[in-house]
Design a binder for this molecule. Structure first.
Ligand code: 2NL
Length: 339
């Protein structure tokens, strides 16, 4: 009996600082080899006439141990709640893993936003086109090499449906529906049937521009593209125009910028010429305007087209076109923060 009193005192005074100590209490008193089981076993040695009295005492002892165990558990969970509200809010947060914008998206957005500042609206259209919007309306004659099966992915022949080879088809659709003034840029993916290599791919991205209004001149074209280059590559960069040929423009030109790597002194990027080609442009061919019932005596226009991959290559020194579409995270991660 005095032993049980001793245990009762111990139980009353027992406190636990953590889950391990609560568990130690359970094992000590309530476990299969614990004290409660042990003293219960003593019943065997108690004379019959005392069994009832001793049984009551043992039972009260067992209940005391069980209740204490419940209390200890309760205290522990409420102290855990206290710990949860004791968070150190000044600690730095866990980093949230976010992806990176694709370099072509970064550059396309930059290109488009420069033209937006000059009043160009953005127009989009389908990647699957008909012959009219991709070729015929744009003055690409029947036997023009660009129409060759080699360059174009045909989806259907007679009537011809194909994957657009340039975003000029979007401009064609706008001219069809809208009266001048028209001032748009058309970003988007285009397709050509080429063998894939570092320098060629079966699809790439373009930003084309079109401005049709009264009194639009070649001087407007030059100043617009010069402004674009200065915003895109920096104030010191020079431009030059070389005569060229496109079926949808007359006259046509290609525009070079002074090499962004060597500054014009000559290096491997500019093949020691000091210049790199970045786009094609020209005055909209009058036949094209007439195709869309726009009076070519009243209206003139300029147009240009450039490859986003090309601009991206010059800005970020990407030297292999295939990198853009291989989804290699080691490539993509290099553009972290480049928005
Ligand atoms: C290039 C050259 C060019 C155009 C695209 C165009 C569109 C219409 C009317 C007239 Cl609707 N022209 N587009 C004009 C000249 C050049 O692109 O090298 N692109 C990558």
């Amino acid at each position: 009996m005095s032993q049980i009193d001793q245990y009762k005192k111990d139980i009353k005074g027992y406190s636990a600082k953590n889950a391990d100590e609560v568990e130690a209490f359970r094992i000590k008193y309530l476990g299969t080899k614990g004290i409660v089981k042990n003293v219960m076993g003593e019943m065997r040695n108690v004379p019959n006439e005392n069994k009832k009295e001793f049984g009551l005492i043992l039972n009260a002892f067992k209940i005391a141990a069980e209740e204490r165990y419940e209390v200890l558990k309760e205290q522990l969970s409420s102290s855990e709640e206290t710990a949860a509200t004791n968070i150190d809010w000044s600690l730095p947060g866990d980093p949230m893993p976010v992806g990176t914008r694709h370099p072509l998206s970064i550059v396309r957005n930059q290109m488009v936003s420069i033209f937006k500042r000059l009043g160009f609206a953005v127009a989009e259209g389908p990647e699957m086109e008909d012959d009219w919007h991709n070729f015929t309306a744009l003055n690409l004659p029947e036997n023009h090499p660009a129409r060759d099966m080699q360059d174009t992915f045909y989806l259907n022949q007679n009537p011809d449906y194909l994957l657009r080879t340039h975003t000029s088809s979007v401009q064609a659709r706008i001219m069809e529906k809208q009266k001048p003034p028209i001032r748009i840029v058309c970003p988007g993916r285009v397709y050509r049937n080429e063998t894939i290599s570092a320098r060629a791919h079966c699809f790439f991205h373009q930003v084309e521009g079109l401005y049709v209004d009264e009194n639009v001149s070649f001087a407007d074209l030059k100043q617009t593209l010069y402004f674009f280059v200065q915003e895109m590559f920096g104030k010191g960069v020079k431009v030059r125009f070389r005569p060229s040929y496109f079926p949808f423009t007359e006259p046509s030109a290609e525009m070079d910028i002074s090499c962004t790597v060597c500054g014009g002194t000559g290096c491997s990027l500019c093949k020691h010429t000091g210049w790199v080609e970045i786009l094609g442009c020209g005055m909209v061919h009058p036949k094209l305007l007439e195709n869309f019932k726009i009076d070519s005596n009243k209206y003139t226009g300029f147009a240009f087209g450039m490859g986003v991959e090309r601009i991206c290559q010059l800005k970020f020194r990407v030297n292999d076109l295939r990198l853009y579409s291989q989804n290699d995270i080691r490539f993509l991660r290099q553009f972290t923060g480049a928005v």
